[in-house]
Design a protein around this ligand. Sequence first.
Ligand SMILES: *[C@@H]1O[C@H](CO)[C@@H](O)[C@H](O)[C@H]1NC(C)=O
Ligand SMILES: *[C@@H]1O[C@H](CO)[C@@H](O)[C@H](O)[C@H]1NC(C)=O
Ligand SMILES: *[C@@H]1O[C@H](CO)[C@@H](O)[C@H](O)[C@H]1NC(C)=O
Ligand SMILES: *[C@@H]1O[C@H](CO)[C@@H](O)[C@H](O)[C@H]1NC(C)=O
Length: 376
Amino acid sequence: MENSRSVSILFFVHTVVLSIVSINCKDNNNLVTNQAALFVFGDSLFDAGNNNYIDTFSRFKSNIWPYAQTTFKSPTGRISDGRLIPDFIAEYAWLPLIPPNLQPSNGHNQFTFGVNFASGGAGALVETFPGMVISLGAQLNNFKNVEKRLRSELGDSEAKRIISRAVYLFHIGGNDYVYPILFANSSTFKSSSKEKFSDFVLGNITAVIEEVYKVGGRKFGFLNIGAYDCAPASLIIDRTKIGSCFKPITDLINMHNKKLPNVLERLESDLSGFKYALHDYHTSLSERINNRLKYGFKEGKKACCGTGPLRGINTCGGRVWGLSQRYELCENVTEYLFFDSFHLTEKAHRQIAELIWSGPSNVTGPYNLKALFELK
Ligand SMILES: *[C@@H]1O[C@H](CO)[C@@H](O)[C@H](O)[C@H]1NC(C)=O
Ligand SMILES: *[C@@H]1O[C@H](CO)[C@@H](O)[C@H](O)[C@H]1NC(C)=O
Ligand SMILES: *[C@@H]1O[C@H](CO)[C@@H](O)[C@H](O)[C@H]1NC(C)=O
Ligand SMILES: *[C@@H]1O[C@H](CO)[C@@H](O)[C@H](O)[C@H]1NC(C)=O
Protein backbone atom coordinates (compact mmCIF):
# COMPACT_ATOMS: atom_id res chain seq x y z
CA MET A 1 0.00 0.00 0.00
CA GLU A 2 2.77 2.36 1.05
CA ASN A 3 4.43 1.59 -2.22
CA SER A 4 1.38 2.17 -4.39
CA ARG A 5 0.68 5.52 -2.68
CA SER A 6 4.15 6.83 -3.41
CA VAL A 7 3.76 5.67 -7.00
CA SER A 8 0.53 7.65 -7.49
CA ILE A 9 2.19 10.71 -6.00
CA LEU A 10 5.04 10.24 -8.41
CA PHE A 11 2.62 10.01 -11.34
CA PHE A 12 0.85 13.10 -10.10
CA VAL A 13 4.02 15.17 -9.87
CA HIS A 14 5.12 13.84 -13.21
CA THR A 15 1.83 14.84 -14.84
CA VAL A 16 1.90 18.34 -13.37
CA VAL A 17 5.46 18.91 -14.53
CA LEU A 18 4.59 17.69 -18.00
CA SER A 19 1.53 19.92 -18.21
CA ILE A 20 3.67 22.91 -17.34
CA VAL A 21 6.25 21.93 -19.92
CA SER A 22 3.67 21.53 -22.66
CA ILE A 23 1.86 24.77 -21.78
CA ASN A 24 5.16 26.63 -22.01
CA CYS A 25 5.93 25.12 -25.35
CA LYS A 26 2.50 25.96 -26.69
CA ASP A 27 2.88 29.56 -25.58
CA ASN A 28 6.29 29.81 -27.14
CA ASN A 29 5.96 28.68 -30.69
CA ASN A 30 2.91 26.52 -30.95
CA LEU A 31 4.85 23.27 -30.51
CA VAL A 32 3.08 20.66 -28.50
CA THR A 33 6.20 19.16 -27.02
CA ASN A 34 9.93 19.06 -27.36
CA GLN A 35 10.21 15.58 -25.92
CA ALA A 36 11.14 12.79 -28.30
CA ALA A 37 8.13 10.45 -28.48
CA LEU A 38 8.12 6.69 -27.78
CA PHE A 39 6.45 4.21 -30.14
CA VAL A 40 6.19 0.66 -28.83
CA PHE A 41 5.79 -2.54 -30.88
CA GLY A 42 5.68 -6.13 -29.72
CA ASP A 43 4.07 -8.79 -27.60
CA SER A 44 2.84 -9.33 -24.04
CA LEU A 45 6.05 -7.95 -22.56
CA PHE A 46 4.94 -4.53 -23.83
CA ASP A 47 1.12 -4.69 -24.31
CA ALA A 48 -0.36 -1.93 -22.13
CA GLY A 49 -3.98 -2.80 -23.00
CA ASN A 50 -4.47 -3.18 -26.77
CA ASN A 51 -5.82 -6.71 -26.43
CA ASN A 52 -8.67 -5.38 -24.27
CA TYR A 53 -10.12 -3.86 -27.43
CA ILE A 54 -9.86 -6.76 -29.87
CA ASP A 55 -12.20 -9.67 -30.33
CA THR A 56 -10.17 -12.54 -28.90
CA PHE A 57 -10.20 -15.23 -26.23
CA SER A 58 -10.17 -14.15 -22.60
CA ARG A 59 -6.77 -15.75 -22.07
CA PHE A 60 -5.26 -13.07 -24.34
CA LYS A 61 -6.69 -10.31 -22.14
CA SER A 62 -5.42 -9.37 -18.70
CA ASN A 63 -8.16 -6.89 -17.87
CA ILE A 64 -8.89 -8.72 -14.65
CA TRP A 65 -7.71 -8.65 -11.03
CA PRO A 66 -4.95 -9.31 -9.83
CA TYR A 67 -3.22 -8.02 -12.99
CA ALA A 68 -1.75 -4.49 -12.66
CA GLN A 69 -2.91 -4.25 -9.03
CA THR A 70 0.44 -3.11 -7.58
CA THR A 71 0.44 0.24 -9.36
CA PHE A 72 -2.91 0.80 -10.99
CA LYS A 73 -6.26 1.05 -9.23
CA SER A 74 -7.98 -1.13 -11.78
CA PRO A 75 -6.71 -3.69 -14.30
CA THR A 76 -5.32 -2.06 -17.45
CA GLY A 77 -4.53 -5.07 -19.60
CA ARG A 78 -0.86 -5.02 -18.58
CA ILE A 79 0.31 -8.60 -18.14
CA SER A 80 2.13 -8.14 -14.85
CA ASP A 81 1.31 -7.08 -11.32
CA GLY A 82 2.14 -3.47 -12.26
CA ARG A 83 4.12 -1.39 -14.68
CA LEU A 84 5.85 -2.71 -17.79
CA ILE A 85 9.25 -1.89 -19.27
CA PRO A 86 7.86 0.83 -21.62
CA ASP A 87 6.16 2.50 -18.63
CA PHE A 88 9.54 2.88 -16.93
CA ILE A 89 11.26 3.99 -20.14
CA ALA A 90 8.56 6.66 -20.58
CA GLU A 91 9.13 7.81 -17.00
CA TYR A 92 12.92 8.06 -17.48
CA ALA A 93 12.36 10.01 -20.72
CA TRP A 94 10.01 12.47 -18.94
CA LEU A 95 7.06 11.26 -20.99
CA PRO A 96 3.60 10.42 -19.65
CA LEU A 97 2.43 6.78 -19.79
CA ILE A 98 2.24 5.87 -23.48
CA PRO A 99 -1.38 5.01 -24.37
CA PRO A 100 -2.42 1.82 -26.15
CA ASN A 101 -3.25 2.51 -29.78
CA LEU A 102 -6.77 1.08 -29.47
CA GLN A 103 -7.68 2.91 -26.27
CA PRO A 104 -10.56 5.27 -27.13
CA SER A 105 -9.28 8.81 -27.52
CA ASN A 106 -9.81 11.04 -24.52
CA GLY A 107 -8.98 14.28 -26.22
CA HIS A 108 -6.83 16.08 -28.67
CA ASN A 109 -3.35 14.93 -29.65
CA GLN A 110 -3.24 12.01 -27.26
CA PHE A 111 -0.59 10.45 -29.51
CA THR A 112 2.04 13.22 -29.65
CA PHE A 113 4.13 11.59 -26.90
CA GLY A 114 3.95 8.26 -28.69
CA VAL A 115 1.71 5.22 -28.96
CA ASN A 116 1.87 1.62 -27.82
CA PHE A 117 0.93 -0.86 -30.57
CA ALA A 118 1.99 -4.08 -28.78
CA SER A 119 -0.34 -7.05 -28.42
CA GLY A 120 -0.05 -9.99 -26.05
CA GLY A 121 0.56 -13.19 -28.04
CA ALA A 122 1.74 -11.34 -31.14
CA GLY A 123 4.52 -12.55 -33.36
CA ALA A 124 6.33 -11.32 -36.45
CA LEU A 125 4.59 -14.00 -38.53
CA VAL A 126 0.90 -13.89 -39.41
CA GLU A 127 0.72 -17.63 -38.59
CA THR A 128 1.35 -16.96 -34.89
CA PHE A 129 -1.92 -17.08 -32.94
CA PRO A 130 -3.76 -16.12 -36.15
CA GLY A 131 -6.89 -14.03 -35.65
CA MET A 132 -6.31 -13.82 -31.90
CA VAL A 133 -3.70 -11.05 -31.69
CA ILE A 134 -2.45 -7.95 -33.50
CA SER A 135 0.48 -9.27 -35.53
CA LEU A 136 3.58 -7.14 -36.07
CA GLY A 137 2.44 -6.37 -39.63
CA ALA A 138 -0.92 -5.13 -38.36
CA GLN A 139 0.91 -3.05 -35.71
CA LEU A 140 2.86 -1.43 -38.55
CA ASN A 141 -0.39 -0.52 -40.32
CA ASN A 142 -1.69 1.01 -37.09
CA PHE A 143 1.51 3.05 -36.85
CA LYS A 144 1.05 4.30 -40.41
CA ASN A 145 -2.47 5.43 -39.52
CA VAL A 146 -1.17 7.31 -36.49
CA GLU A 147 1.42 9.02 -38.67
CA LYS A 148 -1.35 10.12 -41.08
CA ARG A 149 -3.35 11.46 -38.18
CA LEU A 150 -0.37 13.39 -36.83
CA ARG A 151 0.11 14.94 -40.25
CA SER A 152 -3.52 15.96 -40.58
CA GLU A 153 -3.67 17.38 -37.03
CA LEU A 154 -0.24 19.02 -36.75
CA GLY A 155 0.84 19.56 -40.33
CA ASP A 156 3.52 17.77 -42.33
CA SER A 157 6.60 19.38 -40.85
CA GLU A 158 5.65 19.00 -37.18
CA ALA A 159 4.57 15.38 -37.80
CA LYS A 160 7.85 14.70 -39.58
CA ARG A 161 9.79 16.19 -36.66
CA ILE A 162 7.94 13.99 -34.14
CA ILE A 163 8.44 10.85 -36.24
CA SER A 164 12.15 11.40 -36.86
CA ARG A 165 13.02 12.32 -33.26
CA ALA A 166 10.97 9.46 -31.78
CA VAL A 167 12.35 6.20 -30.42
CA TYR A 168 10.83 2.93 -31.72
CA LEU A 169 11.04 0.12 -29.16
CA PHE A 170 10.54 -3.56 -30.16
CA HIS A 171 10.22 -6.92 -28.41
CA ILE A 172 8.92 -9.53 -30.82
CA GLY A 173 9.67 -13.07 -31.98
CA GLY A 174 9.29 -15.18 -28.83
CA ASN A 175 5.73 -16.19 -29.69
CA ASP A 176 6.74 -17.19 -33.21
CA TYR A 177 8.92 -19.90 -31.66
CA VAL A 178 6.66 -20.89 -28.77
CA TYR A 179 3.49 -21.16 -30.87
CA PRO A 180 4.49 -23.98 -33.25
CA ILE A 181 6.13 -25.99 -30.50
CA LEU A 182 3.38 -25.72 -27.88
CA PHE A 183 0.18 -24.78 -29.69
CA ALA A 184 -0.13 -25.65 -33.37
CA ASN A 185 2.22 -26.51 -36.18
CA SER A 186 1.85 -23.99 -38.98
CA SER A 187 2.65 -25.12 -42.50
CA THR A 188 5.57 -22.67 -42.56
CA PHE A 189 7.08 -24.32 -39.48
CA LYS A 190 6.45 -27.86 -40.73
CA SER A 191 7.94 -27.20 -44.14
CA SER A 192 11.05 -25.29 -42.99
CA SER A 193 14.23 -26.18 -41.21
CA LYS A 194 14.71 -24.36 -37.89
CA GLU A 195 17.38 -22.29 -39.59
CA LYS A 196 15.00 -21.25 -42.38
CA PHE A 197 12.17 -20.62 -39.95
CA SER A 198 14.25 -18.17 -37.91
CA ASP A 199 15.21 -16.43 -41.18
CA PHE A 200 11.48 -15.95 -41.87
CA VAL A 201 10.91 -14.46 -38.42
CA LEU A 202 13.91 -12.13 -38.75
CA GLY A 203 12.99 -11.33 -42.36
CA ASN A 204 9.53 -10.21 -41.31
CA ILE A 205 10.94 -8.12 -38.45
CA THR A 206 13.43 -6.52 -40.85
CA ALA A 207 10.67 -5.66 -43.32
CA VAL A 208 8.73 -3.83 -40.58
CA ILE A 209 11.82 -1.90 -39.44
CA GLU A 210 12.46 -0.83 -43.04
CA GLU A 211 8.87 0.40 -43.35
CA VAL A 212 9.12 2.42 -40.13
CA TYR A 213 12.38 3.87 -41.48
CA LYS A 214 10.63 4.78 -44.76
CA VAL A 215 7.96 6.66 -42.83
CA GLY A 216 10.78 8.60 -41.13
CA GLY A 217 11.79 6.62 -38.03
CA ARG A 218 15.52 6.76 -37.25
CA LYS A 219 16.09 5.67 -33.64
CA PHE A 220 15.32 2.05 -32.77
CA GLY A 221 15.52 0.02 -29.58
CA PHE A 222 15.41 -3.79 -29.53
CA LEU A 223 15.37 -6.52 -26.92
CA ASN A 224 16.50 -9.93 -28.02
CA ILE A 225 14.27 -12.83 -26.95
CA GLY A 226 14.25 -13.58 -23.24
CA ALA A 227 14.88 -17.00 -21.69
CA TYR A 228 11.21 -18.00 -21.92
CA ASP A 229 12.29 -21.61 -22.33
CA CYS A 230 13.01 -21.29 -18.58
CA ALA A 231 9.80 -19.47 -17.54
CA PRO A 232 7.64 -21.30 -14.95
CA ALA A 233 5.27 -22.53 -17.71
CA SER A 234 8.20 -24.04 -19.64
CA LEU A 235 9.78 -25.60 -16.55
CA ILE A 236 6.76 -27.88 -16.08
CA ILE A 237 6.19 -29.03 -19.67
CA ASP A 238 8.16 -32.20 -19.15
CA ARG A 239 6.56 -33.64 -16.03
CA THR A 240 9.46 -36.02 -15.54
CA LYS A 241 11.96 -33.15 -15.37
CA ILE A 242 10.15 -30.36 -13.54
CA GLY A 243 12.47 -27.40 -13.17
CA SER A 244 14.47 -27.93 -16.39
CA CYS A 245 14.30 -25.43 -19.23
CA PHE A 246 12.34 -26.68 -22.26
CA LYS A 247 14.96 -27.55 -24.85
CA PRO A 248 13.00 -27.41 -28.15
CA ILE A 249 12.30 -23.72 -27.51
CA THR A 250 15.85 -23.04 -26.25
CA ASP A 251 17.39 -23.96 -29.59
CA LEU A 252 15.08 -21.67 -31.57
CA ILE A 253 15.54 -18.72 -29.22
CA ASN A 254 19.32 -19.11 -29.30
CA MET A 255 19.37 -19.28 -33.08
CA HIS A 256 17.30 -16.09 -33.31
CA ASN A 257 19.38 -14.21 -30.76
CA LYS A 258 22.60 -15.19 -32.49
CA LYS A 259 21.42 -13.76 -35.81
CA LEU A 260 19.74 -10.60 -34.54
CA PRO A 261 22.94 -8.51 -34.03
CA ASN A 262 24.01 -9.22 -37.63
CA VAL A 263 20.59 -8.21 -38.93
CA LEU A 264 20.84 -4.90 -37.06
CA GLU A 265 24.39 -4.23 -38.20
CA ARG A 266 23.29 -4.79 -41.77
CA LEU A 267 20.37 -2.38 -41.37
CA GLU A 268 22.73 0.19 -39.89
CA SER A 269 25.01 0.00 -42.89
CA ASP A 270 22.14 -0.07 -45.44
CA LEU A 271 19.98 2.72 -44.02
CA SER A 272 21.58 6.09 -43.64
CA GLY A 273 20.92 7.68 -40.23
CA PHE A 274 19.61 4.41 -38.71
CA LYS A 275 20.68 4.28 -35.04
CA TYR A 276 19.89 1.48 -32.64
CA ALA A 277 20.10 0.05 -29.16
CA LEU A 278 20.10 -3.72 -28.62
CA HIS A 279 19.52 -4.93 -25.08
CA ASP A 280 20.66 -8.45 -24.27
CA TYR A 281 17.43 -9.34 -22.52
CA HIS A 282 18.24 -13.03 -22.74
CA THR A 283 21.24 -12.53 -20.49
CA SER A 284 19.53 -10.12 -18.10
CA LEU A 285 16.58 -12.49 -17.62
CA SER A 286 18.64 -15.69 -17.28
CA GLU A 287 20.94 -13.91 -14.82
CA ARG A 288 17.91 -13.23 -12.62
CA ILE A 289 16.46 -16.72 -12.97
CA ASN A 290 19.79 -18.24 -11.98
CA ASN A 291 21.01 -15.75 -9.35
CA ARG A 292 17.72 -14.56 -7.88
CA LEU A 293 19.14 -13.51 -4.49
CA LYS A 294 21.72 -11.24 -6.07
CA TYR A 295 18.87 -9.25 -7.65
CA GLY A 296 16.64 -9.18 -4.56
CA PHE A 297 14.21 -12.00 -5.41
CA LYS A 298 13.35 -14.94 -3.16
CA GLU A 299 11.78 -16.83 -6.06
CA GLY A 300 13.28 -16.96 -9.55
CA LYS A 301 11.46 -19.98 -10.93
CA LYS A 302 8.07 -20.06 -9.23
CA ALA A 303 5.34 -17.68 -10.39
CA CYS A 304 3.49 -15.46 -7.93
CA CYS A 305 0.13 -16.21 -9.52
CA GLY A 306 -1.08 -19.52 -10.98
CA THR A 307 -1.70 -23.17 -10.19
CA GLY A 308 0.25 -26.42 -9.92
CA PRO A 309 3.99 -27.05 -9.70
CA LEU A 310 5.91 -23.72 -9.65
CA ARG A 311 2.45 -22.16 -10.27
CA GLY A 312 3.39 -22.83 -13.88
CA ILE A 313 -0.18 -23.47 -15.04
CA ASN A 314 -1.51 -20.16 -16.27
CA THR A 315 -4.75 -19.78 -14.33
CA CYS A 316 -3.95 -16.33 -12.91
CA GLY A 317 -7.08 -14.22 -12.65
CA GLY A 318 -9.28 -17.23 -13.39
CA ARG A 319 -9.75 -15.95 -16.92
CA VAL A 320 -9.26 -19.23 -18.69
CA TRP A 321 -11.99 -21.28 -17.11
CA GLY A 322 -14.01 -18.49 -15.57
CA LEU A 323 -13.84 -16.73 -12.25
CA SER A 324 -14.68 -19.83 -10.30
CA GLN A 325 -11.33 -21.30 -11.33
CA ARG A 326 -9.11 -21.40 -8.25
CA TYR A 327 -5.58 -20.14 -8.44
CA GLU A 328 -2.92 -19.22 -5.91
CA LEU A 329 -1.61 -15.69 -5.44
CA CYS A 330 1.58 -15.05 -3.47
CA GLU A 331 1.48 -12.73 -0.48
CA ASN A 332 4.44 -10.55 -1.36
CA VAL A 333 4.91 -9.99 -5.07
CA THR A 334 8.22 -8.12 -4.61
CA GLU A 335 9.83 -11.45 -3.69
CA TYR A 336 9.08 -12.85 -7.17
CA LEU A 337 10.74 -12.55 -10.58
CA PHE A 338 7.73 -14.01 -12.45
CA PHE A 339 4.22 -12.73 -11.81
CA ASP A 340 2.43 -15.42 -13.81
CA SER A 341 3.71 -18.48 -15.64
CA PHE A 342 5.23 -16.42 -18.49
CA HIS A 343 5.36 -12.76 -17.39
CA LEU A 344 7.59 -10.81 -15.05
CA THR A 345 6.76 -8.67 -12.04
CA GLU A 346 6.93 -4.89 -11.98
CA LYS A 347 10.07 -5.11 -9.85
CA ALA A 348 11.78 -7.17 -12.55
CA HIS A 349 10.56 -4.81 -15.28
CA ARG A 350 12.05 -1.86 -13.44
CA GLN A 351 15.46 -3.54 -13.18
CA ILE A 352 15.49 -4.43 -16.87
CA ALA A 353 14.23 -1.01 -17.94
CA GLU A 354 17.15 0.56 -16.06
CA LEU A 355 19.56 -1.59 -18.05
CA ILE A 356 17.88 -0.66 -21.33
CA TRP A 357 17.88 3.01 -20.41
CA SER A 358 21.42 3.50 -19.19
CA GLY A 359 23.17 0.13 -19.36
CA PRO A 360 26.82 -0.11 -20.47
CA SER A 361 27.41 -1.08 -24.10
CA ASN A 362 28.01 -4.78 -23.35
CA VAL A 363 24.42 -4.87 -21.96
CA THR A 364 22.68 -2.36 -24.26
CA GLY A 365 24.50 -1.11 -27.33
CA PRO A 366 25.82 0.46 -29.45
CA TYR A 367 23.51 3.15 -28.03
CA ASN A 368 21.43 2.85 -24.88
CA LEU A 369 17.94 4.35 -24.84
CA LYS A 370 18.99 7.43 -22.94
CA ALA A 371 21.54 8.22 -25.65
CA LEU A 372 18.94 7.60 -28.38
CA PHE A 373 16.46 9.96 -26.74
CA GLU A 374 19.14 12.63 -26.45
CA LEU A 375 20.18 12.40 -30.12
CA LYS A 376 18.90 15.33 -32.15
C1 LIG B 1 5.29 -29.39 -34.20
O1 LIG B 1 6.31 -30.19 -34.78
C2 LIG B 1 7.48 -30.35 -33.99
C3 LIG B 1 8.45 -31.21 -34.74
O2 LIG B 1 8.54 -30.83 -36.07
C4 LIG B 1 7.12 -31.00 -32.67
O3 LIG B 1 8.28 -31.03 -31.83
C5 LIG B 1 6.04 -30.18 -31.96
O4 LIG B 1 5.63 -30.84 -30.79
C6 LIG B 1 4.84 -29.98 -32.87
N1 LIG B 1 3.92 -29.08 -32.23
C7 LIG B 1 2.64 -29.36 -31.98
C8 LIG B 1 1.84 -28.32 -31.29
O5 LIG B 1 2.13 -30.41 -32.32
C1 LIG C 1 7.61 -13.56 -43.69
O1 LIG C 1 7.05 -14.75 -43.23
C2 LIG C 1 6.39 -15.52 -44.22
C3 LIG C 1 5.75 -16.68 -43.50
O2 LIG C 1 4.74 -16.17 -42.68
C4 LIG C 1 7.38 -15.96 -45.27
O3 LIG C 1 6.73 -16.69 -46.29
C5 LIG C 1 8.03 -14.73 -45.86
O4 LIG C 1 9.04 -15.12 -46.76
C6 LIG C 1 8.67 -13.89 -44.75
N1 LIG C 1 9.19 -12.65 -45.30
C7 LIG C 1 10.49 -12.36 -45.27
C8 LIG C 1 10.87 -11.04 -45.89
O5 LIG C 1 11.31 -13.09 -44.77
C1 LIG D 1 8.01 -8.13 0.90
O1 LIG D 1 9.29 -8.54 0.41
C2 LIG D 1 10.23 -7.48 0.38
C3 LIG D 1 11.47 -7.98 -0.36
O2 LIG D 1 11.83 -9.26 0.00
C4 LIG D 1 10.49 -7.00 1.79
O3 LIG D 1 11.42 -5.96 1.77
C5 LIG D 1 9.17 -6.52 2.41
O4 LIG D 1 9.37 -6.19 3.76
C6 LIG D 1 8.11 -7.62 2.31
N1 LIG D 1 6.82 -7.06 2.71
C7 LIG D 1 6.02 -7.66 3.58
C8 LIG D 1 4.71 -6.98 3.85
O5 LIG D 1 6.30 -8.72 4.10
C1 LIG E 1 29.84 -5.63 -18.80
O1 LIG E 1 31.08 -5.09 -18.50
C2 LIG E 1 31.32 -4.87 -17.10
C3 LIG E 1 32.69 -4.22 -16.92
O2 LIG E 1 32.92 -3.30 -17.93
C4 LIG E 1 31.26 -6.19 -16.37
O3 LIG E 1 31.42 -5.97 -14.97
C5 LIG E 1 29.94 -6.86 -16.63
O4 LIG E 1 29.92 -8.16 -16.05
C6 LIG E 1 29.68 -6.99 -18.12
N1 LIG E 1 28.34 -7.51 -18.32
C7 LIG E 1 28.06 -8.48 -19.19
C8 LIG E 1 26.62 -8.89 -19.26
O5 LIG E 1 28.89 -8.98 -19.89
